[in-house]
Structures are given as structure tokens and as C-alpha cells.
Design a protein around this ligand. Structure first.
Ligand code: ADP
Ligand code: MG
Length: 241
């Protein structure tokens, strides 16, 4: 029965977001269509040709960005429940984002001293990765002048916890309130989807998210997995059996 509720909730989530993503992708496509028509006109100056082409490319990049921020959530894969080794995933995400971080002089640090090894939850690994990547990307983007992104995992009482901390620009109270709402972005090329998708994924995994932020100091995001979506946290010790 619980399984049914979970599936229904997931469907509601995915279809709701899909509608807004579809809307958001349609805009750049409409623009591109119009400019391609213009490109076919006779007697177009070289300058305009280059200009129209540039608009098309930028709009297509934007559509691509929207889709990639949203991608894993929309992937129509069968319900996947697998053990997720949190520390290994954090290390994976740190590797994936290392060149992106380097470009902005951001150091990614995994706080091994604070990390508890062998903490596992269950869920869909690729979605979990997407959630972490979206959040960590925001942290890196919040440090245009460089800084440190610190990742850790541990336990709060008996609950697995992940912490993502940056030394970036931070947010005001108002900005913090809007975090995670669809299409809220302060970036010139932002989609305003990354946080919403990440929060949605984590919530379906019974993750409670708390974000604190101080303007000019940085942002800290803590995710506590209160209970497993399947109600079955796999303690590390039981893994071998
Ligand atoms: P996008 O990154 O495309 O703008 P997101 O949903 O990922 O969309 O983030 C929404 C907004 O929340 C960002 O534009 C930014 O203003 C703010 N934000 C998110 N994470 C952070 C962070 N770690 N530090 C500062 N601001 C952040
Ligand atoms: Mg983002």
C-alpha cells in the first residue's frame, strides 16, 4: 500500500515538473524556429546572418541546459531501489565536478574526519547523483572568486546526514525563501530548475533539507534522511549477509 502511495506521489511530482519544463523548453525552440526562417531570407547581410546564428546557438544551449538540469528526474526508468553508499557518491560527485571547480579556483574538500564511513541509504543512485550534482554546482557557481566546497556525511542520532557547504556569495532571507521554487534564478544563464529537481529527488528519498546562508559568507545545506522511502535502511554491517 505504501508503495502505491509513493508511486502516485512520484508520478504527480514528475508530471507537474514535466509540464513546466516543457513550457520552458518550448520558448527557446520557438525563438530558434523564427530565426531559422529569417536565415533563409534572401539578401541577408553577413552581419545579421552571424547574429541570428548566434541567437539560435544560445537558445539551443539554454534548452539543453534546462533538459540536463531536469534529465534524471524525467528519465522513464523503472522504479529503482538500490543501496547507495553515501560517501562513495560524494567522492564520485567531487570527481565529476573537479574540472568545473578548477575553472573557478574552487577547492572541493571531503571532510573525512567528519565523515562516517559505510553509511548507506536506498534509492535510485542516478537520481541521487543528480541531486548532489545540482546542489554542488550551485555552490561552485556561488564562488566566482574561488573558495572551498566542503562535503561530508555522518549520522545525526540514527539518521544519515549529508552536508554541503560553500564559502560563496550567500543569500538574503528573501532569496533563501525562494530557493527550490521552479524557475527562480539570479543567474544570467540560469534555469532555476536545479534546486527544485534536487529537492524533489531528495524528498522522495525521505531527505529533509535545511539550508542556512549568510550574505558574503556562504551557504550550508544539510540533508537528513529521516527514514528510507522503502522503510528499509541497510545498516553497513548487514551488507555481507
Ligand atoms: P540556477 O542555478 O539555474 O540559477 P537553481 O535552482 O539551481 O537555478 O538555483 C536557484 C537560485 O538559488 C540561484 O540562481 C541562486 O541565486 C540561488 N542559489 C542556489 N544555491 C546557492 C548557493 N549555494 N549560494 C548562493 N546562492 C544559491
Ligand atoms: Mg543551479
Amino acid at each position: 500500500f505504501q508503495e502505491e502511495i509513493r508511486k502516485a506521489e512520484k508520478l504527480k511530482l514528475v508530471t507537474g515538473i514535466a509540464a513546466s519544463v516543457a513550457h520552458e523548453v518550448r520558448n527557446p525552440l520557438t525563438t530558434v524556429r523564427g530565426f531559422i526562417q529569417l536565415l533563409g531570407k534572401e539578401g541577408l547581410s553577413q552581419r545579421n546572418r552571424i547574429y541570428y546564428q548566434q541567437i539560435c546557438l544560445e537558445e539551443l544551449d539554454r534548452a539543453q541546459q534546462i533538459i540536463s538540469d531536469y534529465l534524471t528526474l524525467a528519465k522513464p526508468d523503472p522504479e529503482r531501489i538500490e543501496p547507495i553508499h553515501i560517501l562513495a557518491e560524494i567522492q564520485y560527485v567531487a570527481n565529476v565536478l573537479s574540472s568545473y571547480a578548477n575553472m573557478q579556483n574552487v577547492r572541493i574538500e571531503i571532510d573525512m574526519e567528519r565523515c562516517v564511513q559505510d553509511i548507506q541509504i536506498v534509492g535510485d543512485q542516478s537520481k541521487f547523483r543528480q541531486a548532489l550534482i545540482n546542489l554542488c554546482k550551485n555552490s561552485i557557481e556561488a564562488m566566482p572568486e574561488g573558495g572551498t566546497l566542503t562535503l561530508a556525511t555522518g549520522l545525526y542520532k540514527i539518521n544519515p546526514v549529508i552536508s554541503i557547504k560553500d564559502t560563496g556569495i550567500g543569500m538574503t532571507k528573501e532569496q533563501l525563501n525562494r530557493l527550490g521554487t521552479p524557475f527562480y534564478s539570479t543567474k544570467e544563464k540560469g534555469t532555476g530548475l536545479g534546486t527544485m529537481v534536487a529537492f524533489s529527488i531528495l524528498r522522495t528519498m525521505a531527505g529533509e533539507i535545511e539550508t542556512t546562508s549568510e550574505l558574503g559568507k556562504g551557504t550550508a545545506c544539510t540533508i537528513i534522511f529521516t527514514k528510507n522511502p522503502a522503510g528499509a535502511m541497510l545498516p553497513a554491517a548487514d551488507q555481507q549477509s
